[in-house]
Design a protein around this ligand. Structure first.
Ligand code: X2X
Length: 333
């Protein structure tokens, strides 16, 4: 325990006085980081979990939250997590796939038709399969994945109304093989950019468009630099809450139990809140000037199919993992 303190205190560039008072106040000073704005449900519910943990441990465990890419972009934060400079971090399964390839299986395009299929799969055997692979990579994933949402496509130039509109479309995608593969299959021109730089990439028109769930489009104010929103609903995305495996295992069992309980409970609350907000978020985005477009999502899925997207990814994940996915989704393609 003492060794952990020293490591953490050394990693934080705080004035000596602050450091001393913090160490006295809590036995375990830990950091949690994310890429979501302060007003996003991910940040709000992570903060609730940290509050609950502080309270239930009588101040013994203090988790300080660093939202909104304060510690760097996703790629940086993942490195910090792996080195132990950061203890907790939420990350999209598809970005995590740069380290744990199996993780991106939950993001296969048009795989999920309802949350009634999705949550039992992610809380059940499909999630367990992925969490096992995460474990082998030296990280630890908490049981309950957090919600990002179904992703929609925005643009500052032409609206995306049919698959052909993606031809040559300069779209920002997160750093992940599956995202690049998917938008290449749509014949778009995907460019990999961490979320931390998305607003400015859109503002300067380096990218014409991007894709994200409504909650993030609103919280990150992307409506200020985008005109159109097409309801492509092309994939579901979440956030695995990850811990550095070594640090996690070094914590006493009673601490791990309390931390796990609050994080998992608040994850489930955060899913409910994000879904409940969807209607008002859409109204807000309309009021902010985004033009909404309904599209025939089947035609987009057919494009992925004819481009060989499903064949490629089924091959990468393997027949067993694919069967596990389709057990929940039904036949995908
Ligand atoms: O980078 C994104 O677009 C975001 C915020 O949705 C993810 O974390 C994948």
């Amino acid at each position: 325990r003492r060794a952990l303190h020293l490591t953490l205190a050394g990693a934080v560039a705080a004035p000596a006085v602050l450091r001393v008072s913090r160490v006295q106040a809590a036995e375990f000073n830990l950091k949690a980081a994310n890429n979501a704005p302060v007003s996003h449900p991910l940040t709000i519910y992570m903060a609730k979990a940290a509050d609950g943990i502080r309270e239930e441990t009588g101040g013994r465990v203090d988790i300080k939250l660093f939202p909104n890419n304060q510690l760097g972009g996703d790629t940086d934060m993942l490195s910090q997590l792996r080195s132990g400079a950061l203890e907790f971090f939420t990350l999209s399964p598809l970005i995590l796939a740069t380290l744990v390839p199996a993780a991106s299986i939950s993001g296969v395009g048009f795989a999920w038709t309802s949350y009634d299929k999705l949550w039992p799969a992610m809380d059940g055997d499909l999630g367990a399969h992925v969490r096992d692979r995460i474990d082998k990579s030296g990280l630890y994933a908490f049981d309950r994945i957090w919600e990002n949402g179904f992703r929609q496509t925005t643009s500052s130039s032409r609206p995306i109304l049919a698959p052909d509109d993606f031809k040559g479309f300069k779209i920002r995608v997160p750093p992940s093989p599956m995202w690049t593969s998917m938008f290449k299959a749509f014949d778009a021109a995907p460019m990999t950019i961490n979320f931390a730089e998305v607003y400015s990439a859109l503002q300067t028109r380096i990218a014409e468009g991007q894709e994200n769930p409504l909650a993030l489009i609103e919280a990150a104010k992307l409506y200020e630099v985008q005109k159109h929103l097409s309801k492509t609903n092309h994939m579901w995305d979440g956030f695995w809450l990850l811990a550095n495996g070594k640090i996690w295992r070094s914590l006493p069992q009673d601490v791990r139990t309390v931390v796990g309980k609050h994080f998992n409970t608040q994850a489930v609350e955060q899913r409910k809140e994000t879904l409940a907000r969807n209607g008002s978020t859409e109204k807000d985005l309309l009021a902010r000037g985004l033009t909404f477009h309904d599209v025939d999502t089947k035609s987009f899925q057919a494009k992925l199919q004819s481009a060989g997207f499903y064949k490629e990814w089924k091959g990468k994940f393997g027949d067993d993992a694919w069967a596990l996915l389709e057990k929940h989704t039904g036949p995908i393609a």
